[in-house]
Design a protein around this ligand. Structure first.
Ligand code: C2O
Ligand code: CU
Ligand code: CU
Length: 441
């Protein structure tokens, strides 16, 4: 393919090296910053000491930091790492600073899982101008930047030639702002794990919405030979759309810039705020895209599904020590984002909670756009969405809030006291204020 080189920021390549960890082991990560700007390492989703996984501790250029932690028991699942420098997360993540953390545990020895063919799929979109990532426009800060170049493990529309008829896909949405509504042609997906690990048993789904920051593991049973497309179905997250226009340089050469989505922020060059407001048309959406092609083996004989996976603890929201309401708000034209009317301030504690208690958080999205809400350190369970109880129990660290939706979550604040954060995982929104501080004592 006639590509051309582009300048990225990476952990040695994109995606960064996959860190395979075992439950219970102690990990020492020696991290050195060779970038010309401050950065740090966030262990997204791992239940580890907040003073270790500290989003406010920066590693300056040329400096190193040791991240030492114990991988919690029962946490087998798919996690990831990325920088967390407030105000710079969007540019750093977008430019390629992300990698997977895979935690393995006893359940992975289950024959129905062990004998499946495992693939790690990191979904990410890009936008280039010449050989670089262009500067952020006001529009990017408002909506979160999306690019028209869609990749799986940094490859445009790769082909996955399956040797086996059962696939175990570990999926990560590493995009700044793009949502993926995933479906595999002619095949259901069997969801076996969410952000924080295994479900109690596989759940058959026809599609899977993966918001920025979310992970999922699915089993695919290929029953017929042939090629099947893994697609991103159209999804409207309510971003502002610009009329017409294209962004110019599609990126890496012919055939790579497949499809300018309706979310294309083109035509913005040199436009002032007033022009921008005048040309705002309404709500943007992504269109159908093919992400990857799966080629089934010649005479496929898939494994049976595991009858059960791991028990998922039943939390008791009736015994919650506190119920809180966190309201997500925005001042769109200013690209300013709020939780309970306040923008992020690292010197302020927004939520004080007691160690060892369970809390119920009512997450309210009062905007016209989806926001994936993410909490560090303490995995939670979704209780209800729009008043409807969650269909199954699952550990999460990121949950999508559709526009004007209310989602209730149960948050056990256990094991670690300290200071941590929660925020929107459209990282531009995080950079522009949609983050709060939680202190657990
Ligand atoms: Cu993946 Cu605070 O982030
Ligand atoms: Cu995180
Ligand atoms: Cu947001």
């Amino acid at each position: 393919m006639g590509g051309k080189p582009v300048q990225l920021l990476t952990y040695g390549g994109f995606p960064g090296p996959t860190l395979r960890l075992r439950e219970g082991e102690t990990v020492r990560l020696n991290f050195t910053n060779n970038l010309p700007e401050a950065t740090n390492l966030h262990l997204h989703g791992l239940h580890v000491l907040p003073s270790v996984d500290d989003p406010l501790a920066l590693v300056q250029p040329g400096e190193s930091r040791l991240y030492e932690f114990t991988v919690p028991k029962g946490s087998a699942g798919t996690y990831w790492y990325h920088p967390h420098v407030h105000g710079r997360v969007a540019p750093q993540l977008y430019a390629g600073l992300a990698g997977l953390l895979v935690v393995e545990g006893p359940l992975d020895a289950l024959p129905e899982l062990k004998e499946a063919e495992e693939h790690l799929l990191v979904l990410k979109d890009w936008l280039f101008s010449g050989d670089r990532v262009p500067a952020w426009t006001h529009m990017d800060w408002m909506n979160g930047r999306e690019g028209n170049l869609l990749t799986v493990n940094a490859t445009v529309r790769p082909t996955l030639r399956a040797q086996k008829a059962t696939l175990r896909l570990r999926l990560l949405n590493a995009s700044n702002a793009r949502y993926y509504r995933l479906a595999l042609e002619n095949h259901p997906l069997y969801l076996i794990a969410t952000d924080g690990g295994f479900l109690e048993k596989p759940v058959e789904i026809s599609e899977l919405l993966l918001a920025p920051g979310e992970r999922a593991e699915v089993l695919v049973r290929l029953i017929r030979p042939g090629s099947y497309r893994l697609q991103a179905l159209p999804y409207n997250r309510g971003a502002m759309m610009m009329p017409g226009g294209s962004r110019g340089d599609p990126g890496m050469g012919q055939g790579m810039g497949q499809g300018m989505g309706m979310m294309d922020h083109g035509g913005m060059g040199g436009m002032g705020d007033t022009g921008m407001m005048g040309s705002m048309m309404g709500m943007g959406a992504t269109r159908l895209e093919t992400l990857l092609t799966v080629v089934a083996p010649a005479s496929p004989k898939p494994l049976p599904l595991p009858a059960s996976l791991a028990p998922v603890e039943r939390l008791e929201p009736a015994r919650a020590a506190a119920t809180r309401r966190l309201v997500l708000g925005e001042r769109m034209m200013q690209a300013e984002f709020f939780i309970n009317d306040r923008m992020f301030d690292p010197g302020r504690v927004d939520v004080r909670a007691k160690l060892g208690t369970l809390e119920v958080w009512e997450l309210v999205n009062k905007t016209d756009m989806d926001h994936p809400f993410h909490l560090h350190t303490y995995p939670f369970q979704v209780l209800s969405r729009g008043g409807k109880p969650a269909p199954y129990r699952a550990w999460k660290d990121t949950v999508n809030l559709r526009k004007n939706e209310v989602v209730r979550i149960a948050v056990p604040l256990r094991n670690f006291s300290g200071v941590t954060v929660y925020h929107c995982h459209i990282v531009e929104h995080e950079d522009r204020g949609m983050m709060g501080v939680l202190e657990v004592r």
